[in-house]
Each structure stands twice: as C-alpha cells, then as structure tokens.
Design a protein around this ligand. Structure first.
Ligand code: HEC
Ligand code: HEC
Length: 197
C-alpha cells in the first residue's frame, strides 16, 4: 500500500514529463497572455473573429505579431489583442511563434456548399495561389502570405471584407490589385473553398 502510494506520487509526474517531451513541446509561460482567446492549442476558444494560429509557420506568426506591434496591422475588432502584443519582448515573440507554429491545424470546417467551393478554388488559383498555400505545403514558410486553408470561416469573411472595404490596410500592392479584381460573390466563394480544406 505504502509502495503504491509512493509510485503514484513520484512515478506518475515523471511519466507525464516523458509524455510531454515525446509529443509537442510545453508552451512558454507567456502563453498566459494569449490563451484566453487563442487557447493553448491555437485553435481559438470559439470566438468567431479570433483566427486559428496553430500550424501557421513561425516566420508568418512573427511577421503578424511585429505588424501588430508597429501598427501596420490594427486590431479593429479586439483591441486587447494589440495591447497584449505591444508588451511582448522579441524572445516572447520567437517562443510563441515556434510553439504555435508546430501545432497541428485541425479543420474547423462547418458546412460548405460544393458549388461555391469550386468557384472559390478557381478564383484562388487565378489570383491568390502564388502567395497563399495550404499549411502542409512544402513551400508554406517561403511564400509571402499566411496559409488560409483551414482558417475559421468568420475570420476569413471579416478579414476579406475589411480588405475589400479598405478598413484593413493592404501591406502589398500586388495583393491589393488582386483583391480589387474580385467580383460580387467571390469573397463568399473563397471562404467556402478555404474552409472546405
Ligand atoms: C482578447 C483576445 C486576444 C488575445 C488576448 C490575443 N489575441 Fe491574437 N488575435 C485576436 C484577434 C481578434 C485577432 C485578429 C485581429 C485582427 O487582425 O483584426 C488576432 C490575431 C492574431 C494573429 C494573426 C493571425 C493571422 O492569421 O493573421 C496572431 C499570430 C496572434 N493573434 C497571436 C497572438 C498571441 C501570440 C497572443 C498572446 C501574446 C495573442 N494573439 C493574444 C485575439 C486575441
Ligand atoms: C503577392 C502575394 C499575395 C497575393 C497575390 C495575395 N496575397 Fe493575401 N496576403 C499576402 C500577405 C503578405 C499577407 C499578410 C499581410 C497583411 O497582414 O496584410 C496577406 C494576407 C491575407 C489575408 C489575411 C490573413 C490573416 O490571417 O489575417 C487574407 C484573408 C488574404 N491575404 C487573402 C487573399 C486573397 C483572397 C487573395 C487573392 C484574391 C490574396 N490574398 C492574394 C500576400 C498575397
């Protein structure tokens, strides 16, 4: 009995340690500042406007965090996001990017319409595919844009409408030109295509 209690107390925590090191790395302590919205698994806590950040290559997560920090990207919907990021050190940013980037991106696909998916795929291939590839594409860290495939539908809709209306500044002229070529209904078709992934 005594031995058993000993084992439970000391062996189980050790086993848990091994389990952690064999799987994904433990999150950095600074994740406390993010998990209320993005959760520890990077898939978000269910708030529609919070993007999925799991599986976005670290280089793109860092780009996004620095863009919020220096004001190139604004947090129109959730000012707390920008207030939080403003306090991060360069090391915090590197650690968080590394941690979230290594996590798997689970599909959050709700329902999508096959016809819209086909239309969205055609638009994507024509205008967007050069810079936006799926998260498991071998070139994902090297292309200019973030992976949009498997992103949350509400977030994509919000971000795309913001570019179209001009409430979100386009950081690249080439993307601005492509967004300008979208026809009525293309935004919804693209959303269906990306979430169907
Ligand atoms: C209060 C909720 C909230 C907190 C806290 C928060 N975020 Fe965010 N995050 C958001 C929202 C909302 C957006 C989308 C903002 C926008 O561009 O309008 C976002 C965007 C992002 C993006 C850009 C993703 C993309 O695909 O463009 C990254 C990366 C990110 N957050 C990481 C973090 C990290 C790391 C922390 C902790 C230091 C953090 N966030 C804290 C809500 C939050
Ligand atoms: C020349 C490369 C390029 C092209 C072409 C391009 N994008 Fe982008 N896209 C980017 C870059 C770089 C960013 C990140 C910059 C920023 O934060 O504004 C981005 C950001 C985005 C975002 C925001 C992602 C997020 O997580 O917040 C969406 C949505 C998006 N692009 C959709 C599109 C769509 C749809 C097309 C085609 C109609 C397109 N892009 C064409 C490079 C490109």
């Amino acid at each position: 009995m005594c031995v058993k209690r000993f084992r439970n107390r000391f062996i189980l925590p050790l086993l848990a340690l091994f389990a952690t090191s064999a799987g994904t790395a433990a999150p950095p302590a600074v994740i406390e500042a993010c998990k209320a919205c993005h959760d520890v698994d990077g898939s978000g806590v269910g708030k529609p406007y919070v993007p999925i950040i799991a599986g976005t290559p670290p280089v793109h997560i860092e780009e996004a965090l620095y863009a919020y920090k220096d004001g190139a990207r604004q947090c129109t919907i959730e000012p707390v996001m920008c207030d939080t990021v403003a306090l991060l050190s360069d090391d915090d940013i590197a650690d968080l990017a590394e941690y979230y980037g290594k996590l798997p991106r689970y599909s959050h696909a709700t329902t999508f319409n096959e016809e819209l998916v086909a239309r969205g795929e055609a638009v994507h291939r024509d205008l967007c595919a050069r810079c936006h590839v799926p998260p498991d594409d071998p070139d994902v860290a090297d292309v200019l844009g973030y992976p949009l495939h498997g992103q949350r539908a509400d977030y994509l809709r919000y971000a795309l409408k913001a570019y179209v209306d001009g409430t979100r500044e386009n950081l690249l002229e080439e993307m601005e030109e492509k967004i300008g070529r979208l026809r009525h209904g293309d935004v919804e078709a693209l959303v269906h295509y990306y979430v169907s992934y």
